[in-house]
Design a protein around this ligand. Structure first.
Ligand code: SF4
Length: 556
């Protein structure tokens, strides 16, 4: 357990750091951040064997891991700092002569936390401490934004992907049952799979498209031969269940097909699985390829995950991160709005105002937030959707008269029918009499004649809520409030420059999320350290500034 601060540790810490450090100030203000009892129930049940005590206090390990991320250290450096740094010993309540622990303990601890939503439970514990201390509160103001996280894997092209997946399977089989491979391997396999698969090594720099295509066919054939050998040998059936073999089969389904001449080749690009399902590395099958931008050449492309950070931004309280939400890179921001608000509500921290950028709101999200008493402050843009992107009239260009059950188009025509559906949408259809001869048809619909324009909008309450939100966002008051959203960019910047939020240290979405949670707790510690520090004295004016002031050129 994390105990009180030994006197010798306290004396030395204050002698070495007379002004204190973030760790020391937080320890004095809030006490130990975690207790071993926190790790005994709920999501933590089963984290440790019920027989005997955990080897090291989980509360202590959690705090060491937070400090590790705060100072961006490796596991080895973190356990060394645990023995060396007096400010760490102060926070951890360690004796001055206490040694560190084996670095592998931190790795095992993280692996346990990555299971069964325990990382979120750990964050819940931290938030509960902050709420008890009055540092965060319900019905305040929150803001959210997302950023990319690069996976902890090499980015592979398609030939390297299939080749590397075969190599991983060969490595595992060669270690477990090399006999199966004896009939398959030859000098070509040794060259291709003896080391990691890289086009530059196998083809040399500046290789031609035809040589790359030949290699792709060769590797596709190798993988098919390997899977065929495993399936054909009744004694080797158990190998079908090996994770690397399962992965090869999955990658082959996504990437490879018979060429119709008895061989194999890579599929054409338009035959590939959607991005959300496509595997990009055998070393981390959960990383996904995504892009961010406006469809220009300078769009950001990455392979990895995405993280959404939410922080409180009440005027009278420190800005503290209150939620961390990690998703596959391909998940659009709009799908995160509901889960983030649900988690804030479960932590008893539902905001009264939630500031987000234009990627998060949708008609459904706005009404769900309103039902939960949350005002979703986000720009509603008409420039989404196929019609808007191609310059056609958007639903906001039409007037809906819910009482009369009809819609009026920009040309002044009235719809002839209104049909609600099970998806919660309502479709208004216009008549051929109006649409066929209409001189605005070119900016209204791309449907071929004599098809008519159909307008589909959400049901009345949702549609009206969206219209009201759009009307609000033209006011100066709304703009002033929305300007406060920009502060979350600084938080993401702090997390990127400090704990290196944008580079996953570990593989797999669960471990990446655990890293992101520790990053958020570390940022909170740094901010609380600053919050409990003495206020910084105002900057001394420059000589020129003083002179200008004395000459009456600048206001007092
Ligand atoms: S095409 Fe039909 S719906 Fe569109 S503006 Fe013309 S009349 Fe109205």
């Amino acid at each position: 357990m994390v105990g009180g601060i030994p006197q010798a540790t306290a004396e030395l810490a204050w002698r070495v750091h007379p002004k204190g450090t973030d760790e020391m100030r937080v320890r004095d203000a809030l006490g130990p951040l975690f207790a071993d009892e926190d790790f005994m129930a709920g999501a933590f049940a089963g984290m440790y064997s019920e027989r005997g005590q955990p080897g090291l206090s989980p509360a202590l390990l959690a705090m060491v891991t937070v400090l590790q991320f705060l100072h961006r250290l490796s596991d080895r450096d973190a356990v060394a700092a645990m023995a060396d740094r007096i400010s760490w010993k102060y926070l951890l309540g360690l004796d001055i002569g206490a040694a560190g622990c084996d670095a592998s303990v931190l790795c095992e601890f993280r692996a346990r936390l990555a299971e069964s939503g325990r990382a979120d439970a750990l964050f819940d514990v931290m938030i509960a401490r902050l709420r008890e201390a009055g540092l965060v509160r319900a019905r305040g103001r929150a803001r959210t934004d997302s950023t990319h996280v690069l996976g902890a894997v090499r980015v592979l092209n398609r030939i390297e992907l299939v080749g590397e997946s075969v190599r991983c399977a060969l490595e595992e089989i060669a270690a477990l049952s090399p006999g199966l491979l004896a009939g398959l391997l030859d000098a070509g396999w040794a060259e291709r799979y003896g080391r990691r698969v890289e086009l530059a090594r196998l083809l040399g720099r500046g290789s031609s498209k035809s040589s790359a295509d030949k290699l792709a066919r060769q590797i596709a054939g190798d993988g098919a031969a390997l899977l065929g050998a495993i399936d054909a040998d009744p004694v080797a059936r158990w190998m079908q269940m090996l994770p690397t073999v399962v992965l090869v089969r999955e990658i082959w389904q996504q990437q490879v097909q018979a060429d119709g001449k008895g061989g194999w080749r890579l599929k054409d690009a338009d035959q590939l699985a959607p991005s959300a399902a496509r595997i990009h590395s055998p070393h981390d099958p959960e990383v996904r390829y995504s892009t961010k931008g406006r469809g220009q050449d300078d769009d950001l492309e990455w392979v990895g995950a995405k993280v959404h950070l939410t922080e409180s931004c009440d005027e009278d309280l420190p800005r503290l991160i209150t939620d961390v939400h990690t998703t596959p890179a391909t998940d659009p921001d709009v799908t995160a709005t509901g889960p983030i608000q649900a988690k804030l509500t479960a932590r008893d921290l539902p905001p009264a105002e939630h500031l987000m950028d234009a990627g998060y709101p949708s008609a459904e999200n706005m009404t769900n937030a309103a039902d939960a008493g949350i005002a979703l402050i986000a720009p509603i843009t008409a420039r989404n959707g196929r019609n808007a992107k191609t310059g056609l009239f958007t639903p906001y260009d039409f007037e809906v008269d819910w009482q009369a059950g009809c819609a009026r188009c920009p040309a002044g025509a009235t719809s002839r029918s209104m049909r609600p559906d099970k998806r919660g949408l309502v479709t208004f259809a216009f008549s051929r009499r109006d649409c066929v001869p209409c001189d605005q048809r070119g900016t209204c619909t791309r449907a071929a004649l004599p098809m008519v324009r159909r307008l589909t909008v959400p049901e009345q309450p949702v549609h009206q809520a969206v219209l009201a939100a759009r009307a609000d966002q033209d006011s100066e008051q709304w703009k002033t409030l929305y300007n406060k959203r920009a502060g979350i960019e600084g938080t993401i910047s702090q997390a990127v420059r400090g704990p290196d939020l944008r580079h996953a240290r570990y593989r797999g979405l669960a471990k990446t999320h655990t890293q992101n949670v520790f990053t958020a707790i570390a940022i909170n510690i740094a901010r609380l350290g600053a919050h409990y520090d003495k206020p910084t004295p105002p900057r001394r004016p420059t000589s020129v500034s003083t002179l200008c002031h004395n000459l009456g050129l600048t206001p007092v």
